[in-house]
Design a protein around this ligand. Structure first.
Ligand code: NCD
Length: 362
């Protein structure tokens, strides 16, 4: 007996892997709502706009006690497993808070030494066990593509529950891209939205999954110019540049950070991802020219924004935090609401949000 909502059913794993990126989305989505959230490329422009709309409505509904009671009931029959086998503070807590906002209970496994993986169970069997008890699996894993593999495996079981990729290796971090899009959209809502903006990615662009996910998502917007600013060994990979070329998105690979600062509408700073070093090779790289310092504030447009997925090290001076253009703490807060909205869309409760919001603002 298979549930009706199971978009990955009916394709072999090898056939799925062979699909061009643009065609994988239909195996992740159900109609115009996401079912699994596996890759940032599964979202098209109308889906992003709907997600931002549901996020804002949910955020506003959550401001009153009555609204919060309504939200708490919305998914109260569902339970989520948060399976994080890579370090995390923000994303873990953000998902935990988001499930609570919409009334879902959650459990977590964060350490494989406390699960049966220590007895030799495969991660695949571990996740299949979760699907027996829970209605949603939110997972962070060091292996690129692992969340997709799990979603596909579950689609051939009697409990093909939705899977959210909360970070997979160096590869993808789709929910971070979504909260980044929401932050950009809010930041530019009085400037015609995201279209036509100049955005620079700075730092470890080779191994930073947030950059990879967001850059491809931004290619859905018109008239964008993306800058990739990094020391040579950490520059963006050719796969992302090829995807941008194919989408017709203008970009520039550059090494001179200070020169471009005055041009920019948004700067997306990232840390060096040295956990992926094989022999501490990042230590030899001078990353200091790629730090945003207090003196750079005077070069920046008055209506630009500085973003960071966090955690940061020294790439943004703490003095910058007080500047109204520094939006990285707002980004963190947005993440919780975007993730709550995602769960609402996955379980198709967005119509209930529309109705409640309509009555609230009537
Ligand atoms: C990022 C990640 O895990 O990829 N953190 C996050 O989820 N906000 C960025 C990072 O670790 O540098």
């Amino acid at each position: 007996m298979f549930r009706e909502r199971n978009p990955m059913r009916g394709i072999t794993w090898d056939d799925y892997l062979d699909l061009p990126s643009g065609e994988k989305g239909k195996y992740c989505n159900c109609g115009s709502n996401p079912f699994h959230v596996l890759r940032s490329q599964q979202f098209n422009r109308p889906m992003l706009e709907r997600l931002c709309e549901i996020t804002t409505k949910t955020r506003r509904i959550g401001k009153t006690r009555g609204g919060m009671n309504f939200l708490q009931d919305l998914l109260s029959e569902k339970r989520a497993m948060i399976y994080f086998v890579q370090p995390s503070t923000r994303t873990f807590l953000s998902f935990a808070a988001a499930t609570q906002m919409v009334g879902m209970r959650h459990e977590n496994v964060r350490d494989t030494t406390t699960s049966s993986e220590i007895k030799g169970e495969s991660p695949e069997d571990t996740v299949r066990t979760f699907s027996s008890y829970f209605d949603l699996i939110i997972m962070r894993h060091p292996t690129g593509g692992f969340a997709e593999r799990i979603a596909w495996l579950l689609s051939n079981t009697e409990r093909p529950v939705p899977v959210i990729n909360a970070g997979s290796g160096k590869d993808q971090h789709p929910t971070q891209a979504l909260l980044d899009i929401y932050t950009l959209q809010r930041s530019f809502e009085n400037r015609g939205g995201i279209d036509g903006k100049k955005v620079a990615f700075v730092g470890d662009l080779l191994r930073g999954r947030t950059v990879r996910s967001l850059a491809t998502t931004l290619s859905l917007y018109e008239g964008m110019k993306l800058y990739f600013v990094a020391p040579e060994p950490l520059q963006i990979g050719p796969d992302i540049l090829d995807a941008l070329k194919e989408a017709g998105t203008d970009y520039e690979v550059t090494y001179d950070f200070e020169k471009i600062i005055p041009e920019l509408d948004a700067i997306y700073m990232t840390r060096i991802q040295d956990e992926w070093d094989t022999s501490e090779e990042s230590r030899a790289i001078d990353t200091e020219p790629y730090h945003f310092k207090e003196k750079h504030l005077s070069l920046l447009r008055p209506d630009a924004v500085i973003m960071h997925p966090l955690p940061r090290r020294k790439e943004i001076a703490v003095e910058v935090d007080e500047d109204p253009r520094a939006v990285y703490w707002r980004q963190v807060r947005n993440g919780m609401w975007v993730r709550a909205a995602l769960m609402i869309l996955i379980f198709e409760r967005d119509g209930e949000i529309d109705r409640y919001y309509h009555d609230l603002t009537r």
